[in-house]
Ligand binder design. Structure first.
Ligand code: NAD
Length: 397
């Protein structure tokens, strides 16, 4: 089994037959993950004529893992992603009650996947709620390890909440809590180190992909030290580490307050390209932008640590239990995530074949029901028929 590694310069070393661990996923995972693998295999074969091939290695998580090992996230699964660096996953059911809060969060934290990368573009033919969706082409870099997602909060009325309030009142002279007796409290850690590594990754990505701007999105007008710190440290880093690129005009950086940004993306989406933002802002922004180009069935994502090389690409939607087993689910989220993965591995020729195939079919109105029903010339296909069409198209290129 060949492993992807990273060299001392931080460059990924990809053998011609890398082992890629994958989690099939719960619910619709059993339909979308094999569809994605068929399409990726066809594209890799077409692009490299057998000189490159992916060795898929199934690892367990979620319900499938729980049923067979009594564990929602077995250690072997985490070890596989640690060892093989790059992997992909279908959606996972969030276990209810006790134990792990979210399998996705557990994987991101264990592997320190500090970037959540969400590229958002429109495909001609796909229905959109905005007038000019062709102007949407953004790449969101959402910080994935800090902010209020660190999970530091205390329920109202508990001993801990009272203790926390006493501390900020007595030791820190805070007297602005309106209803202290019935307040819950949360802590929002945002660090210089965490902000800088995220913004550095966004700038490098913009340069590598020839993208016109990087926008730092924040609420620094209100949260001066956390969100304001993110912006300040971002500009510091850019002036220090990207001085030449700034001077040459290769890198253009600006910033925007998060609420104005959400409005602007609807009014003038063409003004934005790479977005670097904190965890909570990134959550809202990702969903709004995905809705602008066709919704969750088509939004890809990757969680990446550019320093260690670890990356886990994923379907961004959930397990869709209401349609699981019906052969109607849209497999495009995980297919486009695999596309991101191929691009990350440097296998861009295969990635392009997949995007071309999707572009061609959407333009002609071929899609699964969730998209086809809103297309003027929509032709609803089952998951397997859609997959087969894409595979055949790639084979005949
Ligand atoms: P969901 O994304 O599974 O479904 C929301 C709605 O969108 C449903 O009507 C569903 O049928 C539809 N939908 C989702 N993906 C689709 C696709 N690819 N094609 C067509 N329609 C699609 O969200 P939910 O119902 O809130 O969550 C269900 C389960 O998934 C929960 O256990 C939740 O915790 C989990 N979840 C997992 C992830 C993940 O693993 N990344 C993300 C979100 C939710």
């Amino acid at each position: 089994m060949s492993k992807i590694t990273i060299n001392e310069l931080g460059k990924l070393q990809v053998p011609s037959n890398p082992t890629i661990p994958f989690i099939e996923g719960d619910g619709v995972g059993g339909e979308i993950t094999p569809a994605m693998q068929q399409i990726v295999n066809a594209a890799v074969q077409k692009a490299y004529h057998g000189e490159k091939v992916i060795q898929w290695k199934e690892v367990l998580a979620g319900e499938k893992a729980y049923k067979t090992t009594d564990n929602w996230l077995p250690n072997e699964t985490i070890s596989a992603f640690e060892d093989y660096l790059v992997g992909i996953k279908g959606p996972l059911t969030t276990p209810i009650g006790g134990g792990i809060r979210s399998l996705n969060v557990a994987l991101r934290q264990t592997l320190d996947l500090y970037v959540c990368l969400r590229p958002v573009r429109w495909f001609q033919g796909v229905s959109s709620p905005i007038k000019e969706p062709q102007k949407v082409d953004m790449h969101i870099f959402r910080e994935n390890t800090e902010d209020i997602y660190a999970g530091i909060e205390w329920e109202a009325g508990t001993k801990e909440a009272n203790k926390f309030y006493s501390f900020i009142k007595e030791e820190m002279n805070v007297d602005s809590v309106r209803f202290p007796e019935s307040s819950a409290f949360g802590v929002k850690p945002v660090s210089k180190e965490g902000s800088k590594r995220l913004i550095r990754a966004a700038c490098k990505y913009a340069l590598e992909h020839n993208l016109p701007t990087v926008t730092l999105v924040h609420k620094g007008n209100i949260m001066k030290f956390t969100e304001g710190g993110f912006k300040k440290w971002g500009y510091e880093l850019i002036e220090k580490e990207f001085a030449q690129e700034l001077k040459d005009g290769k890198l253009v950086v600006n910033d925007c307050i998060a609420d104005a940004f959400l409005q602007n993306t609807l009014l003038k989406p063409q003004d934005y390209s790479v977005i670097a933002t904190l965890n909570l802002n990134g959550d809202y922004i990702s969903d709004q932008l995905a809705a602008m180009v066709g919704g969750i069935g088509i939004a890809p994502g990757g969680n990446i640590n550019y320093n260690t090389g670890h990356a886990l690409f994923e379907a961004t939607h959930g397990t869709a239990p209401d349609i699981a087993g019906e052969n109607t689910v849209n497999p495009c989220s995980i297919i486009l995530s695999a596309n991101l993965m191929l691009d990350y591995m440097g296998w861009s020729k295969a990635a392009k074949l997949i995007v071309d195939a999707l572009e061609y079919h959407f333009k002609k109105g071929y899609a699964t029901h969730d998209l086809a029903r809103f297309m003027p010339n929509g032709k609803s296909l089952s998951t397997s028929d859609f997959t087969e069409k894409i595979v055949q198209y790639i084979k005949t290129r």
